[in-house]
Design a protein around this ligand. Structure first.
Ligand code: BGC
Length: 527
């Protein structure tokens, strides 16, 4: 059995009619573009921090150290808390704003939260791209810009995945939701390519274009979001039943939406009983949800992916590439990231979430061990490689690409998809905020301490992340139920049937109309 016998079979027996209409497809594509701003920023940060002109202007001491002679320990040459703070300050801001976004998303709707995100992000990009005014010190301004970008990302990452999962017909929820991750990866790739070209602009002001370029996706998305409809779930949650029903008919392309509509109303009635979603999360029956809201983003970051995403160029310089080759290699890993995400779009609703998680985990682990060995053999512990043969560098990049592919069809997309589909409506917004905050917290931590970790752990850094990949893969195997093909407001069923989590769900009822079949407690049908 695909789920290893630890989760319910996919499908609850409930089948809402409704197709993948053009309307829902276009809506989801536009909404998913929210990932672009997040991705663009991830890609840009790593690139500009390896540009000489940028370093010289903002972080002159790092610049001098990087230019120092070859005897400087390679593992430590970018180790500067200020430099990493440039990358990571954004994630602290995102962490805080995702908590505020929870209330906006719940009370004012998903769409407004998404719009808010874009506008804040645009403001941040504007400040960062044109830091010419005299009202503040240059470095201060660049940090203020990053904080505004972070506020924007906090709002977008909180609301877009929920929006997608609520809009999508349940059979295509995985694929449509992963549009968000696809946008993230496209954003990263575009940023990598732009860095590559902007770096060589004469006069050394290319970094300004890289940073200011973030305005372009922000503008496009803002316009797109203005015309997006609200999700029916959110309309019902805010008391607009009639409008919600009409919208559901439009989205699903059929008038036969009673089943789904009634379930949404029932979920909303449950939700209305809850006055304090945050406090509510601490109840025993939400223990599985809370665990996942914390562990999934924690594990996603502990794969070590952002070491590659933020610092690929810097890392490649560290292992002996020239500055151009380093940015080029970042473009290559960025391309692999996009292509491999397409694989998960294709497979997630066919093979299921668990399969992708488990396969991706094994693949990442093998590559992490291989990269650690490659670097250990050449750099040893003193970090002085001498001449690095070209073929050697190529082998390292190759392993890094296979690792990125493993992430890109497992923890990358699923780290956003699974949390957006496993929470009942009454806690969905709050729990998603926890997911985003934990994600941002550990993105921050890794961005902030990576250079220091590399300096101290050396090649062992890759083994450190490999260790966590082992833990998370075991966790998924035993504790994560399969959620493919299960309508979002019926998800409670997977918890009630799980070998471990069911013990927390004893006083939770099955959704209306679902009955347990006598001889097989994994299957349900609608009566
Ligand atoms: C993660 C980011 C990561 C990106 C890489 C996202 O799912 O949240 O931290 O940089 O994937 O593609």
């Amino acid at each position: 059995m695909a789920d290893g016998g630890f989760g319910p079979a996919s499908g609850t027996g409930k089948e809402y009619p409704g197709n993948l209409t053009l309307y829902v497809t276009v809506t989801c594509i536009v909404a998913a573009m929210g990932g672009l701003i997040f991705g663009y920023d991830i890609g840009i940060s790593g690139g500009v921090t390896s540009m000489d002109s940028f370093l010289e202007k903002f972080f002159p001491s790092v610049y001098r150290k990087e230019k120092a002679d070859d005897s400087t320990n390679q593992y430590c040459k970018f180790d500067s808390q200020m430099l990493t703070m440039f990358t990571s300050s954004l994630y602290l801001a995102a962490l805080l704003s995702s908590l505020v976004a929870s209330t906006v998303t719940r009370k004012l709707g998903r769409k407004l939260s998404m719009l808010f995100g874009c506008v804040l992000f645009f403001a941040g990009a504007l400040i960062n791209g044109f830091p010419r005014h005299v009202w503040m010190h240059m470095v201060g301004r660049i940090f203020i810009g990053r904080i505004l970008l972070g506020f924007g990302i906090g709002f977008a990452n909180q609301s877009v995945p929920i929006y997608l999962s609520e809009m999508a017909p349940y059979k295509y929820r995985g694929a449509l939701n992963i549009g968000f991750q696809l946008s993230i990866t496209i954003g990263i790739l575009v940023a990598n390519v732009l860095n590559y070209f902007f770096k060589n602009i004469h006069g050394g002001w290319g970094w300004r274009l890289s940073l200011g370029g973030a305005m372009v996706p922000a503008l496009i998305i803002t316009v797109g979001y203005l015309v997006l409809p609200e999700t029916p779930n959110s309309m019902i949650e805010r008391g607009n039943q009639k409008e919600a029903r009409d919208k559901l008919i439009r989205i699903r392309g059929t008038v036969n939406v009673d089943d789904e509509f009634n379930d949404l109303v029932a979920a909303s009635e449950e939700s209305r009983k809850v006055e304090h979603p945050w406090r509510n999360l601490l109840q025993r029956k939400y223990r599985p949800h809370l665990t996942m809201a914390i562990l999934i983003p924690f594990f996603q970051q502990l794969t070590g992916i952002n070491v590659i995403m933020f610092y690929a160029p810097v890392l490649f310089i560290t292992i002996g590439f020239g500055s151009d080759a380093s940015l080029m290699s970042a473009v290559i890993t960025g391309g692999v990231n996009v292509l491999a995400t397409l694989v998960s779009i294709y497979g997630v609703d066919k093979w299921g979430r668990r399969f992708l998680f488990l396969e991706g985990g094994v693949q990442m682990l093998i590559c992490q061990i291989a990269v650690a060995i490659c670097i250990a053999v050449k750099f040893g512990v003193d970090g002085n490689p001498g001449e690095l043969p070209k073929w050697y560098a190529i082998v390292v990049v190759l392993f890094i690409c296979v690792y990125v592919a493993g992430f890109a069809w497992s923890w990358g997309p699923l780290g956003w998809l699974v949390p957006s589909e496993i929470f009942p409506l009454e806690i969905r917004s709050a729990a998603q905020s926890i997911n985003v905050s934990v994600n941002m917290l550990f993105t921050f931590v890794i961005a902030q301490i990576f250079m220091t970790m590399l300096c101290h752990f050396k090649f062992g850094l890759f083994l450190f992340f490999g260790f966590w990949v082992v833990i998370m893969t075991i966790f998924v195997f035993f504790f994560l139920p399969e959620t493919k093909n299960i309508p979002i407001e019926e998800i409670v069923i997977v918890w009630k049937q799980h070998w471990f989590w069911s013990r927390f769900m004893t006083d939770v009822n099955y959704p209306n109309g679902s009955v347990e079949l006598e001889n097989d407690n994994r299957a349900f049908k609608k009566v």
